[in-house]
Design a protein around this ligand. Structure first.
Ligand code: F6P
Length: 404
């Protein structure tokens, strides 16, 4: 068993739900084992600058009790800094000096794929670190704290937007975070019974979206006794068009990890639908038939886009994420004591703490497109010609990796 007297905790990448539970899980488990925990503030930027700090915050029982696990965000703060990219040839020495100054023996680091790659990098430079998976994008191989909270929030906001959509008979396009994977748009959209869900894994044919929208929306308004209807589209920020191009606003620039900031997919979807609504003679007829037509001012239904942005990862953490965060944070302490480094906690099931090499966990996981057809068969549009759900029935014999 490794001799560890003090652990430094770092949260890195984008903040999200469940992180405060990770912090509390680490510090309370460590405390129970007679190990101290300190905060290294503001992600890897803070690690790089640790040596210049006069003091660090100790997560003793009193300080920890002031952290609310059910609130999203992180008491430890965040930055999007990759150590290897810092323009300082002595950066690893500087980091080691900081750790020595505050007698920090090992690190527990919570973050996504970029953060995980730094966990590997630091381990290779002789700094023991264990990784707790975190990302609202759900694009790691394991479950990551923050995913469930984000999916729930997307569902709630999407459902809420239906009331205003319905009052104005508008088509509402809701753009959500998720980077290059569509997990949050998919699961959040299904959770709110969105009519159409557009994800990066399926290049979008806008003629198909338009046709689905027109039939569904017109049908709804015409059937309604008060002539009310809406149509809800949830679009992932990393959506691609039929030619496979991502449709983001180039002027948004890049973040400190060097990734393009993705925004603009919602606007693109709106423009595609508006263009088709204006050209379609059946729309004028529909507007007249349903008593909505006002010449020169209101000739086609309105399409509005709402960019949820950071709203999907702030506020409350789901109970699931608090559970997972507590378990994974505690388990990370045991992994460190077992001498693991560059390892990720992937689950805790009873007495078993499961881990995997971080290098495996950070490989990008995309939406399993073969499941999409199941949702297409029950009416949701995914921007392609619906496919028949091809299923196989078989008894499950493996060990079930449950999240709770
Ligand atoms: O990786 C998490 C995430 O929320 C992505 O879904 C999104 O693209 C990105 O972070 C936004 O990050 P920032 O807050 O740095 O703009």
């Amino acid at each position: 068993m490794a001799s560890i007297k003090r652990i430094g905790i770092i949260t890195s990448g984008g903040d999200c739900g469940g992180l405060n539970a990770v912090i509390k899980g680490v510090s309370r488990e460590a405390y129970a084992l007679g190990i101290e925990t300190v905060v290294i503030p503001n992600g890897y930027a803070g690690l790089y600058n640790l040596v210049d700090l006069d003091e660090v915050v100790f997560l003793n029982a009193e300080r920890v009790s002031r952290i609310e696990a059910s609130l999203a965000g992180s008491e430890a703060g965040h930055s999007r800094v990759k150590i290897s990219k810092i323009a300082d040839p002595k950066k690893y020495e500087r980091i080691k000096e900081g750790l020595k100054k505050f007698k920090i023996d090992a690190l527990i680091i919570s973050g996504g794929d970029d953060t995980g790659s730094v966990v590997i990098d630091l381990s290779q430079h002789g700094i023991p670190c264990v990784h707790v998976p975190k990302t609202m994008d759900l694009d790691l191989q394991s479950y990551s704290v923050g995913g469930d909270s984000a999916v729930n929030r997307i569902s709630i906001f999407t459902r809420d937007l239906k009331t205003t959509g319905l009052s104005h008979n508008r088509i509402v396009v809701i753009e959500v975070f998720g980077r290059y994977s569509g997990h949050t748009a998919f699961r959040g959209g299904v959770g709110a019974e969105a009519d159409c869900i557009l994800i990066p894994e399926i290049p979008v044919d806008f003629d198909i979206v338009y046709k689905h929208m027109k039939t569904t929306y017109i049908g709804r308004v015409e059937r309604s006794d008060v002539k009310a209807g809406t149509y809800i589209i949830v679009v992932a920020e990393g959506m691609k068009n039929a030619s496979g191009e991502m449709l983001y606003d180039e002027s948004a620039g890049v973040d400190a990890f060097g990734h393009k900031k993705l925004t603009g997919a919602g606007k693109y979807v709106r423009q595609q639908l508006e263009k088709r609504l204006k050209k379609d003679p059946a729309i004028k007829e529909f507007m007249k038939k349903t008593g909505m037509y006002a010449p020169g001012v209101y000739e086609t239904p309105e399409v509005r886009e709402v960019v949820l942005g950071h709203l999907v990862r702030c506020g409350d953490s789901s109970a699931f994420d608090v559970n997972f965060g507590y378990k994974a944070g505690s388990a990370a302490v045991f992994l460190l004591l077992e001498g693991q480094t560059a390892s990720t906690v992937v689950n805790v099931d009873g007495r078993k703490i499961y881990y995997q090499p971080t290098v495996e966990v950070i490989k990008r996981r995309e939406v399993n497109v073969s499941e999409i057809a199941l949702f297409e068969s029950i009416g949701t549009c995914f921007g392609r010609k619906p496919e028949k759900y091809q299923y196989k029935v078989e008894e499950y014999k493996g060990a079930v990796l449950r999240h709770l």
